[in-house]
Ligand binder design. Structure first.
Ligand code: NAP
Length: 276
C-alpha cells in the first residue's frame, strides 16, 4: 500500500517519520510533497519526494497535512489525479466533509492525533465520510496504530473528541501546573522534585485505573477515608472545580465553533455558507 503525505510541517513530519521508523509502510511505499520542496531533503532516505499531483497518482492513502487556508489549493491540485479507490485523509478537524466534497468527492477521512503520538500513545480521533469502506477503515487504522490507539467518532462528535484527546494534554498540564505551584507555596521541596512526584503519581494513577478497570469513585474512596486528610482535599475539588470545568468546555467549544467558521472562510467559502 502506497502512502502519500502532503505538507511537511509539524503534523506531516511527525506522521512521515512515525510511519517510516515503525516500518509499518514498506520500503519505497512512502511519498512526500511540500510547497517548499527543499525542506524535504532531510526525508529523502525515508520517502520518495514528488509534487502533489505525482503523489496523488501514486498513493492509495493521501494525508493532507496543510493549514485550512492551503487546503483548497491542495485538493484542487490532487483531485484530477487521485486513484479511483484512493482514501483522502485530512488532518484538519474544522473543515467538514461537505466542504471537501465540493472540491473532491472521494473516500475521505479526518484524523486528529494527540501530542502523545510522540511516545506512541496517541488517542487518535478518526471520522469517515459515507463513501469509506470497512477495508479502508482497516487500512487506515492499522497505519495509525503506530502512533497509538484509534477511536472512530461520527463527524458531529469530532469537536468534543478533539477536546478530550488533542486539547486534553494541555488541560492536564495546566491543572497540574496550578497544583504544583500551590504545593510549592507550602513546602521547601524544590519545584522539579514536586513536579516529578506529581507527574509520576498522575501517570501511575491513570495506568492503575485502566489496568484494573477502576472508576474515579473507587480511587477516591480508596484514598480518601471518611474524616481523613485526603477527604479534606477531594471535598474542595468536588465543591469548587465543577464551575471551572464547565467554563472550560463552554469557552473551548465556543472557540471551536468560531475556528470552524474561520476555517470554512479560509477554505474559500462565504461567511453565510459557513454558518448554515
Ligand atoms: N500542529 C498540531 O498540533 C495539529 C494537531 C492536530 C491537527 N492539526 C492540523 O493539521 C494541519 C497541519 O498543521 P501543521 O501544524 O502541521 O501545519 P504547518 O506546520 O504549518 O505545516 C503545513 C505544511 O503544509 C505545507 N503546504 C502548504 N501549502 C502547500 C501546498 N499547496 N502543497 C504542499 N504543501 C503545502 C507547508 O509548506 P511550506 O514549508 O512551504 O510552508 C507546511 O510544510 C492543519 O490543518 C492543522 O489544523 C495540527
Amino acid at each position: 500500500m502506497k502512502v502519500g503525505i502532503i505538507g511537511y510541517g509539524s503534523m506531516g513530519k511527525m506522521l512521515l517519520w512515525k510511519f517510516f521508523r515503525s516500518g509499518i509502510t514498506g520500503p519505497g511505499d512512502l511519498y512526500a510533497a511540500n510547497r517548499t520542496q527543499e525542506k524535504l531533503e532531510e526525508a529523502r532516505n525515508a520517502a520518495v519526494i514528488c509534487s502533489n499531483s505525482e503523489l496523488a497518482r501514486m498513493s492509495d492513502i493521501i494525508f493532507v497535512c496543510v493549514r485550512p487556508s492551503d487546503m483548497r489549493t491542495v485538493l484542487s491540485d490532487i483531485g484530477p489525479h487521485l486513484k479511483k479507490d484512493a482514501l483522502l485523509v485530512t488532518l484538519n478537524g474544522s473543515i467538514p466533509f461537505a466542504l471537501i466534497k465540493e472540491v473532491v468527492n472521494c473516500r475521505t477521512a479526518k484524523v486528529i492525533p494527540s501530542v502523545t503520538a510522540e511516545i506512541e500513545r496517541s488517542q487518535t480521533i478518526v471520522c469517515y465520510n459515507d463513501l469509506v469502506s470497512n477495508d479502508d477503515r482497516q487500512k487506515l487504522e492499522s497505519l495509525l496504530s503506530c502512533i497509538g490507539e484509534v477511536i472512530e467518532l461520527p463527524e458531529k462528535e469530532a469537536g468534543m473528541g478533539s477536546e478530550l484527546v488533542s486539547c486534553m494534554p494541555g488541560f492536564i498540564a495546566s491543572v497540574f501546573d496550578v497544583i504544583c505551584s500551590s504545593a510549592e507555596e507550602h513546602t521547601e521541596l524544590p519545584r522539579e522534585q514536586i513536579i516529578r512526584m506529581v507527574l509520576n503519581t498522575m501517570s501511575a494513577t491513570g495506568d492503575l485505573m485502566l489496568q484494573k478497570g477502576l472508576s474515579f469513585d473507587e480511587i477516591v474512596s480508596r484514598v480518601a477515608t471518611k474524616g481523613g486528610i485526603t477527604e479534606e482535599g477531594t471535598k474542595v475539588i468536588y465543591d469548587k472545580f465543577p464551575d471551572t470545568a464547565r467554563e472550560l468546555f463552554d469557552k473551548t467549544l465556543a472557540k471551536r465553533e468560531m475556528t470552524a467558521q474561520k476555517a470554512a472562510e479560509l477554505f474559500g467559502e462565504t461567511q453565510e455558507t459557513a454558518e448554515t
